[in-house]
Design a protein around this ligand. Structure first.
Ligand code: FPP
Ligand code: FPP
Ligand code: MG
Ligand code: MG
Length: 441
């Protein structure tokens, strides 16, 4: 049976919004400085996968199917959203003039015109074209989709500096094209503008959630710092003597290298092998959540809050994003083992070389305790990488990782079914969730 069109292409349900996403972002990041404009706009010129805004928009649409009577915290706000194109007075006039009654649209929530509004007695007319145009997605949710992509892109600009990456989205990375310094500043600027847009959503809970997700990204990145080179051409001891010349009181000698900031994967205080493995897996899961899951899960939570959904639904939306993010990261980590660089479009087999023990290795370690020392020394000795690769193959580390990813996929599907009434948007989200598990690159 051929699946319906929207199942084959979940994007088609929100294509209007997706098509204007980049243009809207461009208007949010304009500055008075042409070079800065060029830099901040650089990663938006070529398309990323835009999976985060896609999820936010589909979820908004799916949440729009929840009857208004089943929602709380429905905010009445006429004035506080600057990009709101529809003039609230006009809408009110249409209502009072007795225009044809349309079905409920979340837009009415935004305009304070709800079935509970005594003025309209539940008769809620809305110009058909407005409803169709907005597809049940609130302007604030649309803006949230743009914000998420801005935060994500800011983090990529910084990530490429940290990772010394030279390509991104099919072209030279920001650092390669413009220098590290400009890439960092461009990322900061994007983040600044994203923050302005977040605060303009005028929802304190959403401001807190989204700000927290930015901090989470940094924390996650910090937990896996892996470049050990010091970028300052002056050595630590040269820096130390310079400092001594300027600062009045002698300071402790600087000895810390980026390397030392790495939080150990192996917890030495635990005793049994099983405990060590479990702790390492917990650490890995937490890091993956912060790095990959926090932004999408908190965006899903914010999307639900903006729709006025009740707490259990908000929580399910958050968990959906978390489980999806973890599933995605597990698949990412197993593809690093199974797919060639050419197919992947970015270097593969990198994690071990960088000293990072991801799920395939950690799950293999459970069966092969001799991997412990290699993990601890971050595969730094000759032959370590090959040995770990071989062990993963022999002990089915890949298959176990896939099973774990499948568990998270199942939980994510469950969250969707608990949070949302059946709809084409929900089906599209289910389709996406399944695709995360089965993707080949
Ligand atoms: C780049 O993002 C890669 C990461 C941020 C690391 C891992 C995260 C993912 C692979 C995606 C997160 C998962 C979900 C479910 C939202 P990207 O691969 O999205 O890059 P792009 O924006 O250039 O496509
Ligand atoms: C991609 O990971 C990058 C991230 C998941 C986030 C990076 C976060 C920071 C650099 C912190 C700064 C954050 C902000 C908001 C400015 P990856 O290197 O594993 O994936 P890749 O293969 O796509 O590069
Ligand atoms: Mg990177
Ligand atoms: Mg990185």
């Amino acid at each position: 049976v051929t699946p319906p069109l929207m199942l084959r292409n979940p994007l088609s349900l929100v294509s209007t919004e997706m098509n204007t996403l980049a243009k809207n972002i461009m208007t949010l990041i304009g500055s008075g400085h042409p070079t800065l404009n060029k830099m901040t706009g650089y990663y938006f010129e070529t398309e990323g996968k835009r999976v985060r805004p896609l999820i936010v928009l589909l979820l908004s649409r799916a949440l729009g199917q929840i009857p208004l009577e089943e929602r709380d915290n429905v905010k009445i706000d006429y004035t506080d959203f600057p990009t709101n194109k529809i003039d609230p007075t006009t809408i009110r006039e249409k209502i009072l003039s007795g225009a044809p009654v349309a079905n409920f649209s979340p837009l009415k929530v935004l305009h304070g015109i709800t079935p509970l509004n005594p003025l309209t007695q539940g008769a809620v007319p809305l110009p058909e074209e407005v409803f169709d145009k907005e597809r049940g997605i609130l302007p604030k949710q649309r803006r949230l989709a743009e914000i998420v992509e801005m935060i994500h892109t800011a983090s990529l600009l910084h990530d490429d500096v940290i990772d010394h990456a030279f390509t991104r989205r099919g072209k030279p990375s920001g650092n390669a094209a413009f220098t590290n310094k400009m890439a960092v500043l461009a990322g900061d600027f994007l983040l600044g503008r994203a923050t302005v847009s977040i605060s303009r959503l005028r929802n304190p809970e959403v401001v807190e959630i989204m700000s927290n997700s930015i901090a989470n990204l940094v924390e996650g990145e910090f937990m896996q710092l892996h470049n050990t080179d010091n970028e300052d051409p002056r050595s630590q001891s040269q820096l130390h003597s310079l400092i001594q010349r300027v600062l009045p009181t002698p300071t402790k000698k600087l000895e810390t290298q980026a390397h030392d900031y790495r939080v150990p994967t192996i917890d030495e205080t635990t005793t049994t092998h099983e405990e060590k493995v479990n702790n390492a897996l917990q650490y890995y899961t937490h890091k993956s959540y912060l790095k990959t899951g926090a932004l999408i899960s908190n965006s899903c939570r914010a999307t639900a809050i903006l729709s006025g959904a009740r707490q259990p639904i908000v929580e399910n939306c958050f968990q959906f994003g978390r489980n999806l993010g973890l599933c995605f990261q597990l698949v990412d980590d197993l593809l690093d083992f199974t797919v060639s660089s050419k197919e992947l479009g970015k270097p593969s087999g990198e994690d071990l070389k960088l000293g990072i023990a991801t799920a395939p290795v950690l799950l293999t370690w459970r069966k092969d305790p001799t991997l412990g020392p290699l993990i601890k020394r971050q595969f730094s000795e000759p032959g370590d990488v090959q040995r770990a690769f071989h062990a993963v193959k022999t002990h089915n580390g890949i298959e176990e990782t896939r099973q774990l990813a499948e568990e998270y996929r199942n939980k994510a599907l469950q969250n969707l079914r608990e949070a949302l009434p059946e709809s084409d948007s929900r089906s599209a989200l289910e389709f996406l969730t399944n695709a995360v598990l089965t993707r080949k690159k």
